[in-house]
Design a protein around this ligand. Structure first.
Ligand SMILES: Cc1cc2nc3c(=O)[nH]c(=O)nc-3n(C[C@H](O)[C@H](O)[C@H](O)COP(=O)(O)OP(=O)(O)OC[C@H]3O[C@@H](n4cnc5c(N)ncnc54)[C@H](O)[C@@H]3O)c2cc1C
Length: 386
């Protein structure tokens, strides 16, 4: 289906992003999968090509483009021609906004140029060994010591955990309040900041997901983002964009799985005919196409709503919920249509199946997305019970 939310500027940009992914990512994917992470130079190359934080202010070296469709295009082309382990979206669309939107002038002047050029790779650390969905159970602690904050605790499953130069770390600042949380900019080289294992995962093999440890890290006051007790409010502010980012990628992945499978079922023959011409295959492909087209409309509309500042967290939760479930159904059906080849790692669909399993879990599980949507309907048990 033709997508009508993009104009010729977007299409030109898409061509250049595709060329970048084909030249700078595709040829290295095998090595990065084996090594468990991408080269840090990839971020520098993306920066040099204007692909990091297209929205950022020109005064810091950004392009100042106030249109999220350009970021959408980068994510879609990375899903199709790059690699899902290259977390360009985490850098540009999930973490950099914390610095750009919550940071003061000094922090922005100090950090944004390196973030936009790719010299400073970003990560965000919320999840802990004991808590993920329920962030109010966070144990990491930051104490105000006058000149600095003393940070202690550990985080796990942190994306870009090995490569990151700056990590936005959430830690409890008020022991008496469940919601007294601060966001701290912890930088490479700070004493007491250590990285643990690069975790072995089912999929996303080129993504350096890691444990991080903070042992008496003295975080300068200049590295606190906003008010040190307002972390929860800040996290909530970015949730709609974060979940839309996830949805854009899941949708693009599902569409790519569909497209490569369409080629496959036209080529592969059984019983003297292309397998795609069996009625079962044709119906499967038809069902998937219909669902993908409908979902794409929802995503494209959500991007326009985000541009207009009108995307709600329920809208975005629905996008994340439905695209992750659709992606799961599509990659599963596509493996089936590939037959035994679908189980072989040399076929891309096999990796897509492995990569997709996490989509219903990270960035808020499907169950949490349903909670958010359900509560927006006035079905909050804590309120209704009163
Ligand atoms: C590859 C990968 C990358 C990640 N990257 C990052 C990162 O960069 N930064 C970061 O901070 N975190 C990251 N995470 C963590 C991720 O966001 C969490 O794993 C996720 O939010 C789920 O939390 P959990 O693992 O603690 O699961 P739990 O919260 O323990 O959930 C376990 C199960 O219980 C269910 N459950 C929990 N609460 C409820 C409820 N109220 N109602 C119904 N069911 C419920 C869940 O839906 C789930 O099925 C990453 C995780 C992975 C695997």
């Amino acid at each position: 289906m033709r997508r009508i939310t993009f104009n010729s500027d977007h299409e030109q940009f898409r061509d250049s992003v595709r060329k970048f992914m084909q030249a700078e990512v595709e040829p290295h994917v095998e090595r990065w999968h084996a090594e468990g992470m991408v080269d840090r130079e990839l971020f520098l190359k993306a920066g040099a090509n204007g692909l990091l934080c297209t929205w950022a202010d020109e005064q810091y070296g950004g392009l100042g483009i106030d249109d999220f469709r350009f970021e959408q295009i980068i994510m879609e082309e990375n899903a199709r021609h790059g690699d899902l382990g290259f977390y360009i979206h985490l850098h540009s669309d999930l973490v950099a906004p914390y610095v750009a939107k919550l940071g003061n002038d000094e922090q922005k002047a100090r950090l944004m140029p390196g973030i936009i050029s790719g010299e400073k790779i970003l990560a965000v650390a919320m999840t802990e060994p004991g808590t993920g969905s329920d962030l109010a159970g966070m144990k990491s602690r930051a104490e105000d010591k006058g000149d600095y904050w003393l940070l202690n605790g550990s985080k796990t499953y942190i994306s870009n955990g090995i490569l990151a130069d700056v990590v936005v770390v959430a830690a409890r600042t008020d022991p008496d309040s469940k919601h007294g949380l601060g966001l701290f900019l912890v930088e490479r080289g700070m004493e007491g900041f250590e990285r643990g294992r690069k975790l072995k995962k089912m999929g996303l093999k080129a993504q350096d997901t890691a444990e991080l440890f903070f042992n008496d890290v003295k975080v300068p006051k200049a590295n606190v983002l906003g008010e040190p007790t307002q972390g929860f409010k800040y996290l909530a502010r970015f949730l709609a964009q974060e979940r839309l980012v996830a949805a854009i990628i899941f949708q693009a992945t599902a569409q790519t799985a569909f497209d490569i499978t369409l080629d496959y079922v036209k080529e592969r023959k059984a019983f003297g005919q292309p397998i795609g011409t069996f009625q079962n295959s044709r119906f499967k492909m038809a069902e998937m196409k219909a669902e993908l087209d409908a979902m794409q409309c929802y995503i494209d509309q959500s991007v326009l709503l985000l541009n207009a500042g009108e995307l709600t967290s329920e809208d975005a939760a629905a996008a994340k919920l439905l695209t992750s479930e659709l992606e799961a159904r599509v990659v599963d059906a596509c493996v089936q249509l590939h037959g035994g080849a679908g189980y072989m790692e040399e076929y891309r669909i096999c990796r897509m199946y492995q990569d997709a399993r996490i989509s219903r879990i990270f960035g808020g599980t499907s169950e949490i997305m349903k909670e958010i949507i359900g509560r927006s309907l006035g079905l909050d048990d804590r309120k209704l019970r009163k």
